[in-house]
Design a protein around this ligand. Structure first.
Ligand code: CA2
Length: 142
C-alpha cells in the first residue's frame, strides 16, 4: 500500500501546551489524528514520528523513507541549521514537502532561512495543521 512518512521535529511535542497564539491550542495527538484521517481519505498509510533529537529523526528517515510515496516533515528549528538533516533528505531522494505551522517569513529573521527546504520539492508555511493535509494530497498525486 502507498505510504507517506510524517515527521515532526524538536519541541513539537509541546503543541497545545505553550505559545497558543503562535501554534494554536491543539496538541500533537490532535495533529496525528488529523493526519491519520487525511490518510484514510486518500487511501494511504502513514508512518508518524516526532523526536526532539536530530539523530533519531535521521535514523527514522533512513529506516522508514525508502519505498515511501513521500515525506512530510516539519523539522522545527532543525530547519534553520541542520545540514545533517538536509544531507539525509537529499540522499534519500524521496519526494519531500517541508511544512511549518507558523509563517516562518513573518517572524524573527533567523526563521526565514531554511537549510532543509533546499532538499524539498516545496514548502508550506503558515497554514497550521492544514499544511500537512495539503502536503499529503500533493505527494499522493506524484
Ligand atoms: O512553525 C513551525 O512549524 C516551526 O517549524 C516550529 C518550530 C520553530 O523553531 C520553527 O521556526 C517554525 C518550533 C516548534 C516549537 O513548537 C512549539 C509548539 C508549542 C509550544 C512551544 C513550542
Amino acid at each position: 500500500m502507498k505510504r507517506i512518512v510524517i515527521v515532526n521535529g524538536p519541541n513539537l511535542n509541546l503543541l497545545g501546551k505553550r505559545e497558543p497564539k503562535i501554534y494554536g491550542t491543539r496538541s500533537l495527538a490532535d495533529l496525528v489524528k488529523t493526519v491519520r484521517a487525511k490518510a484514510r481519505a486518500l487511501g494511504v498509510t502513514v508512518s508518524v514520528f516526532q523526536s526532539n533529537h536530530e539523530g533519531e529523526i535521521i535514523d527514522f528517515l533512513h529506516k522508514e523513507a525508502p519505498g515511501a510515496l513521500g515525506i512530510v516533515i516539519n523539522p522545527g528549528a532543525l530547519s534553520h541549521y541542520s545540514l545533517a538533516l538536509y544531507d539525509c533528505l537529499q540522499a534519500l531522494d524521496v519526494p519531500t514537502v517541508e511544512v511549518h505551522l507558523s509563517n516562518i517569513h513573518a517572524r524573527e529573521e533567523f526563521r526565514s532561512k531554511s537549510v532543509t527546504a533546499r532538499a524539498a520539492k516545496g514548502v508550506i508555511t503558515g497554514l497550521g495543521f492544514e499544511g500537512y493535509g495539503l502536503a499529503m494530497e500533493f505527494l499522493n498525486k506524484q
